[in-house]
Design a binder for this molecule. Sequence first.
Ligand code: RP5
Length: 167
Amino acid sequence: MNDTHAAPKVGVVMGSSSDWEVMRHAVDILAEFGVPCETHVVSAHRMPLDMVDYGGQARSRGLAAIIAGAGGAAHLPGMLAALTPVPVFGVPVPSRYLRGEDSLLSIVQMPKGVPVATFAIGEAGAANAALHVVATLAVSDAALADKLDAYRARQTAAARAMVVPPQ
Ligand code: RP5
C-alpha cells in the first residue's frame, strides 16, 4: 500500500505492478494538483476477494473517485463500478499481444446501469483520467478550479510556442 500523507481522496488501483509505468502518469497529475491519493495493486482475477473489499469499503473510507487501470481481460474497473457508487475512471493498459485494444473494449463495453468513464489506452488515458477527476472535484473546490485554469493556460502557451521542424 502506498498512501500520500493526507487522507486519500482518490484511489489509483491496477491489476498488476506491471501496470505501474502507465498508471504513474495518473498519480503524477494528482500530485501536481495536490489531490491526495493512494495506490494499490488489486487484481480482479488473482485477488478477487481483495477487490470486493476495496470496492465495498471505498465510499465509507471517503474516496471521491477511483482510477482503475488494467490490461487484457480488464475486468477491474467494471467490477469496482459494480461494487461501489464511487465513480470509477477506467484506464486501458496496453497489452502484450493486442496492444490494449482488448483492454479498451473490456473496460468500455459496460452494461447499461453500471458506468465506467473510459479513457484512452496508455499514458494519455492515465493522465486524462486524473485530469477528469481533478475537473470533477474542482466543481466544488474553487482553489482546485484555479489550478486547473492555470494548467490549461500553460498547455495553451506551450502549444502556441510550438514550431514545425525545418523541412
Ligand atoms: C492484468 O493482466 C493486469 O492489469 C496487467 O495489465 C495484465 C498482465 O499482468 P502481469 O502478468 O504483468 O502481472 O490483470
